[in-house]
Each structure stands twice: as structure tokens, then as C-alpha cells.
Ligand binder design. Sequence first.
Ligand code: NDP
Length: 272
Amino acid sequence: MMTANRPIALVTGASSGIGKAAALALVEAGFDVVGTSRDTSRVAPVDGVAFLDLDVASDTSVSATVQQVVDRFGRIDVLVNNAGIGLTGAAEENSVAQAQGVFDINVFGVMRMVKEVLPHMRARGGGRIINLSSIFGLIPAPYLAAYAASKHAVEGYSESLDHEVREHGVRVLLVEPGGTSTSFEANSTQPDTPLPVYDKQRRVADQVIAAAVRDGDDPAIVAKAIIAAATDTHPKVRYTAGPMAGRISTLRRIVPSRIFYSQIRKYNRLAG
Ligand code: NDP
């Protein structure tokens, strides 16, 4: 085992997008960083980041990977649960199996990681778990319903867990990005039971999602919020990432629902 002088961070899904930017930023911030991918043989090396294979949808993979990190470094100071996947289409066009697949990664993947890492953090009396939510963990996302449901679940789980583990020196924090320029949309699963009745509106929704990601924030902006969550002396439960996410989060809290929902319909170019 290496005796680590620097704090150790484990970032799931560090092969691309936000996870990769977070891994790089954590190296810059003075962490020894372990990043993961389902297939590390296909990952381009990232300076200062050691890669391990991990599928957060598999119990055995999660437990083996966390054990490898602990064997090698002796501890985990920061866990960034970043791995996630989208699912597009109208809710009625997604089979239950598809929705379960998204939850298995976005929600149960987070829970699997927490259950493996938390005993090590508790034993040392400290640590931070940073869960990637989304602005869609706070507001409705038509034509991304299962995805929005998964991020709402991450919000409720994280906020509840945070109250359980504070007395053990561990904090559970949320990072909430808005549209961010990554391969997220390209990697999203398409509906497996498309229905003609939703064709027109689904095409509009796909354009709205594609534009939000294409014209979205640089992943480095989200990485900055992750670094703040990892290092702030007095961390906040929620970190919105980027100006748009901050504005939406505030509006959600202060604008009456009727007005907020009419804006949601307008933004998503929904009929009626
Ligand atoms: P990317 O598609 O670029 O990255 C997703 C990452 O998740 C990849 O590195 C992938 O790694 C990993 N991943 C996917 N499935 C699994 C799995 N079963 N086990 C382990 N790792 C997995 O998207 P983003 O960087 O945009 O997404 C990162 C996070 O940010 C997600 O949680 C997403 O929901 C959230 N987010 C993104 C927004 C955006 O607009 N882009 C907005 C708000 C939140 P690999 O394929 O190498 O295994």
C-alpha cells in the first residue's frame, strides 16, 4: 500500500465530459486522483489520473474497484459520483426496463458506491461524497422524464444521507449542472417503443436537448463547482454549476408554479 501524503479522490465516469474535467481539476487542486471507465483500454491517458475499470451497475465491479483503491492508497477522501446516462423520448415511449436501466446507473450506481466507500470514510472519521445531480433534479424535464426522475431521486437520497453521516465527519453534497457541452446527448439511450403520436414533439424535444448540451457550459465550469464542494471549509449542500443553473434554481424557489410551468412549456416548445 502507498502511504498517501495527498488526499485521495475517486471519480466515476472520468473518461469524458464532466468526469474528465473534474479529475483534471482535482489533480490541479492537489489530490491524487483515481478515475474510472467501463473500459479503461479505450481511455486516452489523462495527466496525473490513474484509471480503473468500473461499471457502477454491477455490485461486484463496484466492490472490487473500491477495494483496489483502498488497497493501493489506504483511504478515499473524496468520492465524485459522476457516472450517468440519459434516456430520451416521451415517458410512454420508454419501457420500464429502459427506465430501470437508467436508475441502475444514475441512482443505484450512486447507492452502490456509497455503500462501499462510506465504511472507509466513517472508519477514518471524514470524507466527502459529491453526487452529480442536474438542474433536472429540481425542475420538470418533458421528454426526459425517467432521467429527471433519477436525478430527483439522487437529490432526495443525498440530502437525507447527508444528515445521517454528518456526525461521522462525512458530508454528502450535490452538484447541479445546467446544459453542459459533453457527449451526454450522444450517449443517451433512445426510446425503445416509439409511438407515432409523439413523433413531432419528440423531434422538437430532441432539438431542444441537443442545443442545450451543444451550447451549454464548458465542463470546466462544473469541475469548478466540484472542487468547491470538495474543498470548501463549510460546504453547501447544493452547488449549482454555471449561471444558467443558478438562475433556474432560484426561479424554481421564488416564482409561482403557474408562471414557472408556463416558462417550462415555452422553453420546450410544447403545444398549448
Ligand atoms: P458523458 O456521456 O460525457 O459522460 C458520462 C460518463 O459516465 C462517462 O465517462 C462514462 O464512462 C460513464 N458511465 C456511463 N455508464 C456507466 C456505468 N454503467 N458505469 C460506470 N461509468 C459509466 O456525460 P457528462 O459528462 O455530461 O455526464 C456526467 C454527469 O453529469 C452525469 O451524471 C450526467 O447526468 C450529469 N449532467 C450532465 C449534464 C450535461 O448537460 N452534460 C447536465 C446535468 C448533469 P465510460 O463510458 O468510459 O464507462
